[in-house]
Structures are given as C-alpha cells and as structure tokens.
Design a protein around this ligand. Sequence first.
Ligand SMILES: [Zn+2]
Length: 359
Amino acid sequence: MTEAPKAPAKTEIVNCHVHTFTTAHTPLYFPHPLVAVFRYVPWLVQFLRWIVSLLPYDNLTDKFRRIEDFHRTGSRGTQRDVFRELLHYYPRSTRFVVLPMDMAPAGHGPVREDIVTQHHELAELARDPDYGPQVIPFATIHPDREGSAAEVRRCFDHLGFRGLKIYPKLGFSPTHPVLMNEVYPLCVERNVPVMTHCSRGGVYRKGWGQDQQDAVTEPDAYREVLEAFPDLRVCLAHFGGDADWNSHLRDGFDPDDPKARDRNWASRIAALIADGTYPNLYTDISYTIFKFDDYVPLLRLFLKNPNLRDRILFGSDFYMTRQETLSEKAVSIRLRDALGEADFHQIAHVNPRRWLGEA
Ligand SMILES: [Zn+2]
C-alpha cells in the first residue's frame, strides 16, 4: 500500500504570467489596420455582436461575446483597472507577475504611451495601497531602442522591478548584443529571472513571416543564452504553445525521423528541462492550459518527471485569455482539482518562488 501524499502547507498562489497593458500601449494598426476603427467607435464591437446574435450560429455569438470581453478589458483606462478585474478570479493572497510589452518598435503604427510611461504606471500600481502587495512588476526591453539597457537598469534600481520580460518576435534575436553584453549580466547580478514568449502565436514584427518569427522564438534559440549565463533563470512561456501541444497529441512523431520530437516545441522544452543540462530553465503553462480538457492529461504526464515537476510554473496570460471559453477562475480551479494539492502547490507556490529568487 502506498502512503497518501502529504498535504502541503497553505498554498499562496503566484501567477507568473499576466498582463495589464491597455489600448494606450498597443499599436493603432495591430493586428489589422481595420481595428483602429474600434478605438474611435467602441460601440461597434457590441453592435457587431448584436448582429451576429440574430444569426443562427451559437458558436459565433459566443466567440463575439469573448472578443467583446477582451476588447472591454484592454480598453480600461489604467493598468490598475485591468488588474482590479483580474483580482475577481483569485484568492486575495495571490500575487501576480505583471509583464509589460513594448510594441512601439514592431512597425504596426503609433503607440500612445511609450514604454517608459508604461513602466512608470506599473511601478505606481506596485506601490498602490490596496493592490500593490499583490503585484510583482517586470520590466521589458526592445534592444534596438536607444537607451533600452539603461531603462531596464532604471526599473531594477529605482522602480523595484523584479524581473525582465522579452518578446523576440517583435523584431530581435534573444542573442542580441545589448542583451548578451548588458542586460543578461545585469539580471544575473541582481538575481532576477527572465520571462520570454515561446509559442508560434502572438504579436510579431510587421513583415516577418512565420519562419523568421520562429527562428528567434524556438527553444533552441536560447541555448546560446543558457550556455553563456548558466545562473540566469529563464522561463519559456506557454510551454511552446497551442499549435505544438495540439500537434504533439494529434499527429505524434514520425518513427523514421529522429529529429521529429525536437521540432515540436512542447516536446523540445520538456526534453531540455528533463535532461538536466540547463538547471535554471523553466516553462509556464499560460494560455496553453486554457484548452483544459485536451491538454491536462499531457501536463500530468510531464509532471511525473522530477525535473519538470520542479520547473513548470503556473501562469494564465490574463487578459489575453478573455478570448477563451473558460474563465481564469474556472481554469485555476480545474487545474487544482486535476493535479491534486501536492502538484498544484508545487507549480503555483514552490516553483514560482524559486524562479523569482525568493526561496
Ligand atoms: Zn503573455
């Protein structure tokens, strides 16, 4: 008879991946020039939903309702308003890693508030008397921007930021010289982690095709970074993303192609972490896990590997997930139920603290 797993100490969740940026921080013409219309005619989204609701397609109505929710959250006036909405879905003891984005240099048109202003507002949120203690602010960088490394340093030194978010498919390599020579060494010195976008979806540099986006996003694009900075704690967000989880389960792997498993990002990330070569490599399940019923069995299988169990982080990707059917609360409760207390405690409480450098 095996002993029942011991109940962990109280779980105080850290959600390692959320966003609070608003329309003021997103380019006017992304993802399509037509979206600019919604800014000037906000009621148009509701109107379209109403039109669609008259049609006999329930799925379409549901999809439009979610787009409307997403649009409403992103159109809130301040990051504090967006954060306040997120707090509906979690226990009050929860803390959140808040990740800004600098989309201005991506070529999709003007952004009303630049990254310095976005950082500043996030720092203010982290000092908020009501919600501040629940905010773990990260800085972000587009290394082609002049003075970008100095801005990261300012965030760490003067604003109390606790880590760095990068998003290479906005137009740079994770081995960009500014990152390799100035920013990663600073992160190691300050003992703060790096979060990076690792899925085939998401925002990208205007004009870049899928291959170009993938070349700077794929797990192997980080090997040079991990080798140069073995102490740097790097999280590959989204565990490779929806397309690769889907293909992992639906297509499997060609038995005669020895490289097939390495080309699937979910399988590749799992292998890189499981084999122990990079002990400071992490991944998070944000967004991907919102296809809950399809993907939770594979997540449970990954968690059986002790290295993976130590390095998978709980995260959700609020408010991007407003486009999905399940709510933040539904997903985190299902996850807790499906994984059991011991594994949930590990990915939502223990691992985030180690990744953040608190433990
Ligand atoms: Zn995200």
